[in-house]
Unconditional design. Structure first.
Length: 615
């Protein structure tokens, strides 16, 4: 759960999916380019292709009368907003015996790029072919293809999905639904089925109606409209051919590895990709013990902006960071304390599994949903509430990604935004640790509700408002939990709490530059506006800097989380919508501050050195 994805952490303080959000550009044959820029998704170009360099520093682009030329320059500038990073990893820990296994895992992961491109839009392959032809004819068009690969389509994920190539608007349901399906029509049909099921007496007919409802609301189906009827197709049928290639690579990796828990996971997950039954392999993933941390499959639902039901494919190939994982393991004993620190009635506290694996990894390769646009720093999975209740969930934290983001993006922002007197509180340790608490908080709070005497997930009740609401809970709920560790349990020094508060506020300006239309951006805006309202954060309109009122932050954070949890325990999408509408607006002062940050990279664009080693 981006929990984008969330994803985030402990005696160090990591923060956010920047990402749960799950990208980046190909070689211009007409010019030499540096080798430290990120490769595009494997669907688009071979692994040895690297994206184009951004415009030279100080280069002035003269306006041209043709709108397409102006657009091209805008795209080139957009690419330049990603800071190129060669992602380091401990090479000595990746042994020669492990390399063949890693190679096969990356081969399987690349297939997720292909499928996710289709999930974004079924027209994407045709668009890709057209763009390639355009670049072959006119190499100056290369930035359009590069940005297409970074965004997995012609829409800018950092600018409210504004089209940067062509004029087509991105459908709310992406490629998960027939383009003609509206939310109103879909909900009306679901309501009709539910009403029919409620009065149906025939058991066979009941099963038929129940099966149709489950299929239409499933995480793992694509919905079409045929002859006026809503029909669904399971993922394993829709994407049968590419999934077969991923399965073959995983089965070969299972044969090559000598690590039993990885072999078991690969075997079970290969089967799951062919029938969409993921629970058994989710349990196996939670039991991974070896140095390789691998995950593949459909998980996050952020791409489904119509209903928030459908999961997108992604993959992670990682190497365990043993030192940090050991240091973070102590957090397991705090989980109950952190849940009790959250301001909500004990009767709603969830009975999720108590086993809490926490691992820190160095990322080797990613693909699919997680690679689109901004790169996530961690994730909290699986999302399946039944698995989480029976066994728990796992926090996977990307130390090398977090360090790169902090150095390339957050510190430059903090120097421009935070009151200089508080700048000493902005630290990587605080950044990393808050990420941990953010992710843990995703696994706390209410999970199930009783609706009409049936147990339902909070996630499905809040519909499209759940993602931002849940991210907001994790953001400030993480700070509430950390405060409890400082003031109640005396587990963490007070200086760490001050650092967490100031570093989080600085990181808000990093996050909202991704676009306020995305779940993490909305969550950060809601938190910021609420904290300003409570005078816990003060904006100086003269200097356009921010001061954190450290004495007001604890109560303001608790009050904010209480509001969020009140919405969740009620399962009230209307209340979630109203809260979002009130607090997710971009204030004028914030607009002025972010306007000063144009020189700071929006995110990192990663190159994976392990690919060179595998050649």
């Amino acid at each position: 759960m981006k929990v984008n994805p969330m994803r985030r952490f402990l005696p160090l303080f990591l923060m956010l999916t920047l990402c749960s959000c799950s990208g980046k550009p190909p070689k211009n044959e007409s010019s030499e380019r540096p080798n430290d820029l990120p490769p595009p998704p494997m669907l688009v170009a071979p692994t040895d292709m690297t994206p184009p360099a951004p415009p030279p520093a100080g280069e002035t682009v003269k306006p041209k009368p043709k709108s397409d030329v102006l657009q091209l320059e805008e795209v080139r500038t957009a690419i330049g907003r990603f800071h190129p990073v060669k992602l380091p990893y401990p090479q000595e820990e990746l042994t020669e015996e492990m390399l063949p296994v890693i190679a096969k895992l990356i081969e399987a992961a690349r297939v997720m790029d292909e499928i996710f491109l289709l999930q974004v839009s079924p027209e994407n392959p045709a668009r890709l072919t057209e763009l390639r032809a355009a670049v072959e004819k006119d190499p100056s068009q290369r930035p359009l293809l590069d940005y297409f690969t970074m965004m997995y389509g012609p829409w800018d994920r950092l600018d409210h999905n504004k089209p940067f190539w062509g004029t087509a608007k991105k459908p709310a349901g992406a490629g998960f639904y027939d383009a003609g399906i509206t939310r109103q029509a879909f909900e009306t049909h679901l309501s009709t089925l539910e009403a029919a099921l409620a009065v149906e007496k025939d058991r066979l007919r009941q099963n038929t109606l129940r099966s149709e409802l489950e299929g239409l609301k499933s995480l793992f189906t694509v919905v079409d409209r045929k002859d006026g009827a809503f029909v669904f197709t399971p993922y394993h049928e829709k994407y049968k051919e590419p999934l077969a290639r991923a399965v073959a690579a995983m089965e070969e990796a299972a044969r090559l590895t000598t690590e039993p828990t990885l072999r078991r996971y690969l075997t079970l997950r290969a089967k799951a990709l062919q029938d969409d039954q993921y629970q058994e392999s989710d349990f196996a993933w939670l039991d991974l013990k070896g140095p390789i941390e691998f995950l593949i499959g459909p998980y996050e639902v952020y791409e489904d902006g119509l209903m928030g039901y459908r999961a997108a494919y992604e993959a992670f190939v990682n190497l365990i960071d043993r030192d940090y994982s050991a240091r973070l393991a102590e957090i397991r004993s705090y989980r109950r304390d952190l849940d009790e620190a959250l301001p909500y009635d004990a009767k709603y506290r969830s009975s999720r599994g108590r086993d809490l694996p926490i691992v820190v990894v160095n990322q080797l390769f990613t693909a699919g949903d997680t690679r689109a646009g901004v790169q996530t720093m961690a994730f909290n999975l699986p999302n399946d509430e039944e698995v989480r209740r029976k066994k728990g969930f796992k926090l996977v934290l990307f130390r090398n990604i977090a360090q790169a983001k902090f150095e390339a993006v957050l510190m430059p922002i903090a120097r421009m935004v935070i009151n200089p007197a508080q700048l000493e509180h902005v630290t990587f340790d605080a950044f990393f640790t808050h990420t941990l608490y953010h992710e843990i908080t995703h696994g706390l709070g209410p999970a199930f509700l009783k609706v009409d005497r049936k147990e339902v997930e909070v996630r499905t009740q809040l519909k499209e408002y759940y993602a931002a609401n849940e991210e907001a809970k994790a953001d400030l709920g993480g700070l509430v939990g950390l405060e409890a560790m400082v003031n109640v349990k005396k587990k963490v020094p007070e200086a760490a709490l001050k650092a967490a508060y100031v570093t989080f506020v600085a990181s808000i300006f990093r996050s909202i530059r991704f676009g306020a239309g995305e779940a993490h951006g909305k969550a950060n805006l809601m938190a910021f506006n609420y904290l300003v309202e409570q005078k816990a954060v003060v904006v100086d309109p003269a200097t356009l800097t921010v001061t954190v009122a450290l004495d007001r932050m604890p109560q303001a954070c608790r009050d904010f989380v209480a509001e969020i949890l009140k919405i969740q325990v009620a399962g009230d999408p209307e209340a979630a919508a109203a809260f979002e509408k009130k607090y997710a607006e971009l204030p004028q002062a914030v607009k002025k501050i972010t306007a000063r940050l144009d020189s700071v990279p929006v995110d990192i664009a990663t190159t994976y050195p392990v690919l060179e080693r595998l050649k």
